[in-house]
Design a protein around this ligand. Structure first.
Ligand code: PLP
Length: 367
């Protein structure tokens, strides 16, 4: 069997969720959008069942999959409903849609619903992506409250720069949110992971931790936050080759051996989600020891420098990211963020481990 695997540590996920919830206080939606940032939304939801106050996903199909898997906790739809049929489904399934523009209010007013909706009104406090302008919030709330279609109306906003502890933008967004919602009844939700970690002033009724659940710290600097990486992306060396000084390696001959070089071929490529843009020198761990990639990443394999690891060879385990190789370090090297790397992982074999993973239903096998 090809050894490329993503090992998901559900105990780490639970540890990180508890940490987020304890730091923030109140309640916390575990954000499971994009298949739990590549970690498997159903497995993650089950691991957090009985623990998480609620979950958040981007849109209704992601929520439906969780309901079909038996998840009963509240589920926040961060993008809200895209049409009236989705609103009716949301009401039926007990989903909590966000409403972030006037057309969604109109949709709710006109909707024929099987049950009243728990709606989260989204305020644009400065990110300028979605959300009601602060000055339009009160009338949006009044319309919703008068529609007779809602059971609860909460208020949320999203930060553009919560992962920048030195920026004053988040404090300003908090001020704008508070001013816009002053006097309006309902729960509040402001903080994503960055704000949970760096902005105590953003703590309200509900937190919305995403990336920190998976153990990647969104703040600059190397950790200290107590998060545990939930994913180990791993594979093995399946062939070894010696290069003479001056010989090129792989596509484009990007790497040329500056000295006699022992190269390990690793079963992991960009089709598995490992970034093709990884430069020479991207960190990996081979049998637990620091090493680095050399040469271009191919679709199905990549190459690592084993010259200084004489004990390593065919069968050696290679960690691409995980506890030894922070995904943030790989992301920095390729000019992206941990979020993108994690949610791109595919094709590899997924294994979920953890003390309560035995409560998960086994996968359905074709008979
Ligand atoms: C994705 C998302 C989150 C989670 O953000 P992290 O930075 O991963 O913690 C929170 N709120 C909204 C609206 C989101 O879209």
């Amino acid at each position: 069997m090809r050894p490329a695997r993503a090992l998901i540590d559900l105990d780490a996920l639970r540890h990180n969720y508890r940490l987020a919830r304890r730091l923030h206080g109140g309640r916390a939606f575990a954000v499971l959008k994009a298949n739990a940032y590549g970690h498997g939304a159903i497995a993650c939801a089950r691991a957090l069942a009985g623990e998480a106050d609620g979950f958040a996903v981007a849109f209704i199909d992601e929520a439906r999959a969780l309901r079909e898997a038996g998840v009963t906790a509240p589920i926040l739809l961060l993008e809200g409903a895209f049409d009236a049929a989705e609103l009716a489904d949301a009401a039926r399934l007990g989903l909590w849609p966000a409403a972030h523009h006037a057309a969604q209010i109109e949709m709710i007013e006109k909707a024929i619903l099987p049950a009243p909706l728990h709606v989260w009104l989204k305020v644009n406090s400065g990110m300028n992506r979605c959300g009601f302008p602060p000055g339009a919030l009160r009338s949006a709330w009044e319309r919703l409250a008068a529609s007779g279609k809602t059971s609860h109306i909460g208020f949320m906003t999203h930060f553009a720069r919560a992962d920048e502890p030195d920026s004053s933008v988040t404090a300003e967004q908090i001020r704008v949110f508070d001013a816009a919602t002053r006097g309006l009844p309902g729960e509040r939700s402001l903080a994503n992971s960055g704000a949970i970690l760096a902005w105590p002033d953003a703590r309200r009724d509900w937190a919305r931790p995403g990336i920190m659940l998976y153990g990647a710290d969104p703040l600059p600097g190397d950790g200290g936050s107590g998060l545990i990486p939930a994913m180990m992306l791993t594979s093995r060396v399946f062939a070894v080759r010696e290069l003479a000084a001056g010989e090129p390696l792989g596509y484009g001959g990007r790497f040329v051996a500056p000295r006699p070089t022992r190269v390990g071929l690793v079963a992991m490529g960009y089709a598995d989600g490992y970034p093709r843009s990884a430069p020479d020198g991207t960190p990996v761990a081979v049998d637990g020891l620091p090493a680095s990639t050399i040469g271009r990443v191919s679709m199905d394999m990549l190459t690592v420098d084993l010259t200084d690891l004489p004990g390593a060879g065919i069968g050696s385990e290679v960690e691409l990211w995980g506890r030894r190789v922070p995904v943030n370090r790989v992301a920095q090297g390729v000019g992206t963020i941990s979020y993108e790397l994690l949610c791109n992982v595919k094709r590899v074999a997924f294994e979920w481990t953890g003390s309560e993973s035995g409560t998960m239903k086994p996968p359905v096998r074709p008979s």
